[in-house]
Design a protein around this ligand. Sequence first.
Ligand code: NAD
Length: 485
Amino acid sequence: MQQPAIRPLWKNFINGRWVEGARGRRIALEDPATAEPLAEIARAEVEDADRAVESARKAFDSGSLRELKPESRLALLFRIADELENLTEEIAITECLDNGKGITAARAQAPASARYFRYYGGVADKLEGRTIPLGEGYVDYTLLEPHGVSAQIVPWNFPLQLAVRSVSCALATGNAVVVKSPVLCPLSICLLGEACERAGVPEGAVNILCGRGSDVGNALVAHPGVDHAVFTGSVPTGKAILRQAAERVIPVVMELGGKSAGVVYPDADLDAVVDDVMIGAFSNAGQICSILSRLIVHTEVHDDLLDRLTARTEALSVGPGWEDHDVTPLISRDQLDKVEGFCLRAEEAGAQRITGGRRVPDVSGHFFPPTLYADVKPAMEIAQEEIFGPVLSVMRFDTPEEAVTLANGTDFGLVAGIYTEDLSRAHWTAQRLVAGQVFVNEWFAGGVETPFGGTRRSGFGREKGQEALLNYVQTKNVAVRLHTP
Ligand code: NAD
C-alpha cells in the first residue's frame, strides 16, 4: 500500500461546532513512521475548556439528553455506531498515520468503537432502579441518575476506542461529555465528533478538545462545572488528577498503567503459547496498558519455550503501519528513547538480551524491534516499571506458589494470564493473581462485555461491561410516607 494522505487541518468540537482554539494556535502532528509533519490541529486553550464545559453544562441542564426517552437515547447511540462504521476507512487511514497502527488493526477501530455504542445503547432503556420494602405505610425506590458533566482525559495509544468506551457509557446514562484528546495523536477522536454530529447528538452533549494536559486537562478536571472525570493514562498523571478531583470532591474513574504477567505451566500447549505471546506482547508495538510484559515460565519448559519465542520474535516484520507490518512504530522520539533506555539499564543490571534491545538504525521513523530478555530478576527495573514498548521479560519458576509471588510482585495489578490445560490449576491461579482481569490461554480474551480495570496502582473503577455503568450514575433513593386515605 502507498502511504495515504489525510486532511491537513483539524479543529476542536465545542457546542456542536468545529472551532479554532481561543488564541488561534495550532499543534503540529507527526507521522511516527517517517517523523515527517502529518497535519495540524487547532490547539485548545484553558478558555476553550471553559467554553466546552459551559456548553456541556447547558446541554445537561436543558435535559436534551437526560430527558430523552430511553428508547430514543438507545436509537441515538445506535446511529452514532452506524456513522462510525460509515467512517471506517477514513478512521483507519487517520489512525494508521497519526498513531502508527498497522492498517488491519486501524480498520478494526471503527467497528470496535461502533460495538461500544451498540452495547451501551442497548442498555439505555434497561437502567432500572429497585424498590425497597420499608413496611406498611411506605414506598421506597431508587433512581439511577447521571452525574452531569463528565470530563474524559484520553491517552494516545488507542485514542478512538478509549474515548468511545467512556463516551458511549456516559451518553447511555444521560451525562454530557467533554473529551480531552491526546496531543500526540488526536485525530480519530475528531472523527468521533463527526459521527456524533451526523447522528444528531444534541448540541453541546459531546465536546472534543485537543490541548495540553498540563493546562487544558488540568483546567477541565478542576472546573467547577465538571461533576465527574474519567482518566486513562499514566500513574503520575493519575495522581495529579486525583489531587484536583479531591479539591472538587468529584468521583473519578482511574484507568492507569500495568506490568502484567503471564504464567506458563509445564502442561501448556507451547505452540499456542508462542502464537499468543506474539499478540499479547507485541501488538501496537507494545503500547498497550494491558500488554503482556513478563512471561513467567516453569523451569521444565523454560529453555524450549525461550528458543521457540526467539525464533518467532525474530521473524516478525518491523515497519510502517500502512504496509501492515507486525511491529509498527512507537509514537514519538521520546518514547523510542525511553524504551531503549529501559533496555540499556536492564543489561547493566544483568538481564540477558536474547533479541532486539536497540532502536532500528538508519531510519527516520520511531521503530523499535520486538525484544526479549531472559534471566530477568524480580527486583530489576525492567521487571517492575511499565515500558510501553515491544519488550518482553522472561522469568522462570518452580512451584505454583512461586509463580504467583513473581506475577504479583509489582506495584501494578491490571491484567494477568495463565497458560495451562489443567482447569483446577487455572482456577487456583486465577484466584490468587492480583489483577482486574485474568486471561486463561488467550491474552486479550474478552470484549466490550467484560469489565476492565485495575487494582493497586493500575487504578480503580471499571470500564466496559455492565459494571462500567455504575461509574456513570449515582443512586437517588426516594422514600415516601403514605397517608391513610
Ligand atoms: P499520560 O498520563 O502522559 O497522558 C494521558 C492524558 O492525560 C493525555 O491526554 C495528557 O494530555 C493528559 N494529561 C497530562 N497531564 C495532565 C494533567 N495534569 N491534568 C489532566 N490531564 C493531563 O499518559 P500517556 O503517555 O498518554 O498514555 C500512556 C499511559 O496510559 C500508560 O501508562 C498506559 O498504561 C496508560 N493506559 C491505561 C489504559 C487503561 O485502560 N488502564 C489504557 C491505555 C493507556
